[in-house]
Design a protein around this ligand. Structure first.
Ligand SMILES: Nc1ncnc2c1ncn2[C@@H]1O[C@H](COP(=O)(O)OP(=O)(O)OP(=O)(O)O)[C@@H](O)[C@H]1O
Ligand SMILES: [Mg+2]
Length: 226
């Protein structure tokens, strides 16, 4: 089933054209979005999730045109996201955070934080914080989940733990879109990748094909050796 359809999306900041006619589809899969710093990846998430209005093109979520709608509307429709910079209530406990987001112990179990339920969020490790932010997104009962650089700042062990959570989310049937620079971690969870460069999709396909693609290597992988 088609979850998300992005059609010819345009976004400008002043004179800077950050998204230049971006089109792609997401069905029941785990899609990775990679590309150099400033390529427009987070802007793409912001437009899809309603935080920014596009200057052209269209976003369709579960068959409905949603571009121009508010984030709260998208959340009600079943689209949840996390942010590049983690947003949780640091002075509240793990459980209070998840309750405030409308969730329960169920979401904490999914991300493996049930034993940390009484811990203040400010005492969590980076990996635990990241998993808490995913639990908060899951608390809205999403039909699709978008993660912006979930592996950034995590140790290798924390990354492994997050990989397990993402794989279990996939097995539960929820489609995922993940922006990431850490390609080893990303490639262990995605089915397919899109490479964004200066606001344009320069590659769409399997991860193992992306790393062999001359255009991708030139634009991105040269500096990101995998
Ligand atoms: N609110 C804004 N106002 C003006 N320019 C912006 C704004 N947000 C992003 N930009 C610019 O748009 C371009 C794309 O930024 P974006 O954050 O989408 O990139 P990114 O691919 O997510 O990069 P990174 O991998 O570093 O997170 C950059 O040149 C950035 O400086
Ligand atoms: Mg970004």
């Amino acid at each position: 089933m088609l979850m998300l359809e992005v059609i010819d999306l345009e976004k400008k900041f002043g004179e800077l054209r950050v998204l230049k006619g971006v089109s792609f589809k997401v069905s029941n899969e785990c899609l990775g979005i990679i590309g150099p710093n400033g390529a427009g990846k987070t802007t793409l998430f912001n437009v899809i999730s309603g935080f920014l209005k596009p200057d052209g093109g269209e976003v369709r979520f579960r068959g409905e045109k949603v571009s121009g709608k508010k984030p709260s509307y998208l959340v009600k429709k079943g689209l949840a996201r996390t942010f590049q910079l983690i947003r949780v209530f640091k002075q509240m406990s793990v459980e209070e955070n998840v309750l405030a987001a409308g969730g329960s112990m169920e979401e904490l179990k999914v991300v493996g934080l049930e034993r940390k339920r009484s811990e203040k969020a400010c005492n969590l490790s980076q990996g635990e914080l990241r998993r808490l932010s995913i639990a908060l997104a899951l608390s809205t009962n999403p039909k699709m989940l978008m993660l912006d650089e979930p592996f950034s700042g995590l140790s290798q062990a924390e990354g492994k733990e997050l990989e397990r959570v993402i794989v279990s989310l996939r097995e539960s049937g929820i489609p995922l879109v993940i922006i990431e620079h850490k390609l080893k971690e990303l490639f262990s969870v995605v089915d397919r990748v899109i490479v964004l460069n200066y606001g344009e999709i320069i590659f769409e396909g399997l991860p193992e094909e992306a790393v062999r693609d001359k255009v991708v290597i030139e634009a991105y992988l040269g500096g990101n050796g995998i």
